[in-house]
Design a protein around this ligand. Structure first.
Ligand code: SAM
Length: 209
């Protein structure tokens, strides 16, 4: 079991300077997806290689993973993928990043750290302030995807997002994945583990209205 990183530690108060989209991507006009808590980024590498008509951005709080992922992007000369180190909760307040969020088509939270103890709930990445900041910058029609194998965390995230009246739940049966950042339903590492171990997956999609 790895030790979870505490996102409230002041180690993460300073935010990495994020260049403009034109500097990050070869074609900054492509649809942009953000994956929050992307770990080593394998999911995003898979997506970026298959869906060359999308740009992908990953945020991860474990610095070593981000350094390795950035090196891999350089070595493989991938032009539609970029990684940012830091706590997403702080990064979203960065002036430059707010501009990036305005250009985002979708955001995914895949299997975020559960922080099981009640006194640690405030360390969970999805928080009311965080969702308000996203909702103030995201454009109408953009999407949030959440996925977890922890039922309690699912309801916590669902309540937090649904309490913001700018987000509406989308019925899964009416949803067409073909047009999204993940048309082939590529799985994250945690998702593969959860499926192999026959655990439940709780997921929901929200649209900014
Ligand atoms: C359980 S792992 C899931 C990784 C991956 N999304 C998957 O589905 O396999 C959660 C990841 O979120 C990262 N994380 C936790 N809090 C974060 C935060 N506030 N900002 C950015 N990343 C965070 C953790 O370091 C970890 O890599």
């Amino acid at each position: 079991m790895r030790q979870h990183v505490n996102p409230l530690s002041n180690n993460f108060d300073e935010v990495e300077r994020i260049p403009s989209l034109i500097k990050i991507f070869d074609n900054s006009k492509l649809n942009l997806h953000l994956d929050i808590g992307c770990a080593s980024g394998e999911f995003l590498f898979d997506l970026a290689l298959i869906n060359t008509n999308w740009n992908y951005l990953g945020i991860e709080i474990r610095e070593r993973l981000v350094k390795t992922a950035k090196l891999k992007v350089q070595e493989r000369d991938i032009k539609n993928l970029y990684f940012v180190f830091g706590s997403a909760n702080n990064i979203v307040n960065d002036h430059n990043f707010k501009f990036i969020i305005k250009n985002i088509k979708s955001i995914s939270f895949n299997f975020p750290d559960p922080w099981f103890k009640k006194r640690h709930y405030k360390r969970r990445v999805i928080q009311p302030d965080f969702i308000n900041t996203l909702s103030n910058s995201m454009k109408k029609g953009s999407l949030i995807f959440i996925k977890t194998d922890v039922e309690d965390l699912f309801y916590y995230m669902d309540n937090t997002i649904s309490s913001n009246f700018n987000f509406k739940k989308i019925e899964k049966k009416n949803f067409n994945y073909a047009e999204t950042f993940n048309p082939n339903k590529v799985k994250t590492n945690r998702e593969k583990y959860v499926i192999e171990n026959n655990l439940d997956i709780f997921e929901r999609i929200y649209i900014k209205i």
